[in-house]
Design a protein around this ligand. Sequence first.
Ligand code: 4UU
Length: 580
Amino acid sequence: PVPLARRSVFTHLLGTSSHAPHLVGGFPASSPAFIDAATGVTISRGQLRSLTLQLAHSLINLPEPLRHRGNGATTTRPTVLILSPNSIVWPIMLLGASAAGYTTTLANSGYNSEELKHQYIDAGAHLIFVHPSLLDTVKKMLTSISCSDMHARVIVATSGWLTGVPDNETPDMSGFTRLENLIGRRQLPSEVKFDGERSEETAYLCYSSGTTGTPKGVQTTHYNITSTINMARPLWPNTRPCLVPSIAEVAGPEQPDVALGPLPYFHIYGMVKLILLPIALCTPSVVLSGFVPETFLKAVEKYCVTSLLLVPPILNVFARLEAINKYDLSSVRTIISAAAPLNSNIIFAVKTRFERAGFNVAVIQGYGLTETSPTVFVLPNKYAYRHAGSVGLAIPNLEVRLAREDSGEVLTDIEGAGELWVRGPNVMKGYLNNPSATAEAITDDGWFKTGDIAVCNAEGFFTIVDRRKELIKYKGFQVPPAELESLLLQHPNVTDAAVIGVPSKEATELPRAYVVPARTIKKEETATFALGIQEWVTQKVAPHKKLRGGIVLVQQIPKSASGKILRRQLRPCPVPDINC
Ligand code: 4UU
């Protein structure tokens, strides 16, 4: 028998036994798994398992040439790319592909064809699941790489066959396989061909820039995922309760948990906390695409949501949202914020706003990274007030330490700030096709360097105080400065450029470019010149990477002797500056 922690994601979550076919992953097959917020259509655990197996069966039986890529990448496993906003068919695609033994790479649904191309090629994808509304982007991308069998490599992720709401049919969809064609009424395979020997294989490839450089494929293995799930739920119910709560415990036994978040499923936060963990805990998860405050609150009321999974900019909206008074939000117990720093003023403001409307909620933080699948710290509800602003305690089975930035020496003085290092079964296998970045990120004895600076108090509560790495966070999304810098250098009027994040209350940070113009710019010309570059960038990047923090023209970019941009020096803008 395969040890529990060594199973595939599929078996771990949706496994069943021939002796108890009414149970799926240990919970009744009839329990709701996902609820489509817009239509109320629900898929049960049993349906989810059956649809997932049907898809896996079709993927395993694709004609041989389609199980390989034509673009010369180095991975050997079949890899499917998903490009879609949240929809009720997402969990089926995500689990169906991993049940078939495929790697799944999750692309930002805001990507343009150039950004998509980088990920498609780097991940070595050979198949694409695409939402009907994004088919054009995929066609453009495949045309640009002269793909000759586009119709075979693209599956349109239709959902009308499940929700009853017809998909927005476009003439371009003709000739492409639709998701329901791969599900149909096929006979179920009796088992999924996946065993413990392969649990170190990559299940998911999200993209992260890590501490430096352009986005890299984070190889998250089946074992990483099953571990992260086990770490979030106590395995043995008769032991003492774990201090760090699972989402299910947070809600308390008297009211079953229901999860909702406007987080995109392509980000590790959405994938794990809104798809995989809810299945493991038998927590129905409400499917919503995007964040429109009133639609969101209506869904909370209608589906009696208990746990809201959010990012700081949305809490910032909640802190001022009058509409909270208009809905019955009494089911909400916990509001979880992660993916970017959350100011404790916002925590108190949100709590007060809910209290004024008559609802008592705990506002807590989680902290983690794509590379740690994702959770490292969670703040238990009962400390929400006393330790507001802290990201909480390390989850069980994880080692954490604070190291000196320069030497890597471990800090024994717990008052000091140091770089957070993490070691445990949820740490990624490494960056795809990038052994040097992997070696920089993970020490020989397995410590992953997060690039974040933290402090820890005597009770073991951590607070993130700074970020050593160059990453910018816009509304929880990663914006890698290196990517924008290399783009800016392609502009004919730019000789050098550096991008940093400037603080923003609404969005955490806004990407701002410091640009050295290729020619002398007269004072009266500066605004037009900067605007021209800003618009040029806007045309070429996904919306979250726009240079919303503006452009500053400078005479030179501060650099170290080795040519590294000295980003900290740019923060207060001390360099000789042409337009400020
Ligand atoms: C200050 O954003 C994420 C993962 C989020 C997450 C974490 C724990 C979701 C659920 C959960 O339980 O991943 P990435 O890879 O996009 O970004 C990672 C970076 C971190 O290095 C840190 O700089 O995002 C920042 N970050 C935070 N910063 C993440 N969470 C926090 C936080 N406070 N609470």
